[in-house]
Design a protein around this ligand. Structure first.
Ligand code: TYD
Length: 139
């Protein structure tokens, strides 16, 4: 996690099976994403003006998708910040470990779906920005 930067984040086009009756997007093992999925969770009913995140992960890799609606993800490696706007269910943001993130600007009814490389563990979280910066600086 020490060496990752915001430039290791990538926007992935997951693809779309188009149909007049509606579209399908498929995420299949190792085809679209560079890790095996151990957990899927989704964030919804976010009240207007709220923000989420405010932490980094030591090992966890994630693919974040706006399954419905839109939101912004601000990623921070301790040096550089980048903002990604997600608004399409066939586009995902790949995030390696070791990046601070904030999610905000959620549209009404939006769903933030996260495919994660590990099962939930509170030990994987860095919830204090100062602790994150210390680890990024190898201290
Ligand atoms: P957190 O990851 O801090 O939420 P966000 O980044 O969206 O603001 O998680 C919020 C709470 O939910 C926290 O108490 C941990 C719990 N949680 C689980 O128990 N399992 C999970 O898979 C996730 C993602 C969160």
């Amino acid at each position: 996690m020490v060496n990752t930067t915001v430039f290791d984040c990538t926007i992935l086009d997951i693809g779309k099976i188009k149909n007049d009756a509606g579209n399908i997007t498929v995420v299949e093992k190792k085809v679209q994403i560079p890790f095996d999925v151990a957990r899927i969770y989704y964030l919804y009913d976010v009240p207007g003006g709220e923000s989420r995140g405010g932490h980094a992960h030591k090992e966890l890799q994630q693919l974040i998708i706006a399954a419905s609606g839109s939101f912004d993800i601000i990623v921070d490696d301790g040096n550089v910040k980048r903002t990604f706007h997600l608004s399409r269910p066939n586009i995902g943001l790949y995030m390696p470990s070791g990046l601070w993130r904030e999610l905000d600007n959620f549209s009404s009814g939006s769903i933030c779906m996260v495919l994660a490389s590990l099962v939930y563990s509170e030990n994987d979280y860095l919830r204090e920005y100062n602790d994150f910066i210390k680890l990024k600086n190898g201290k």
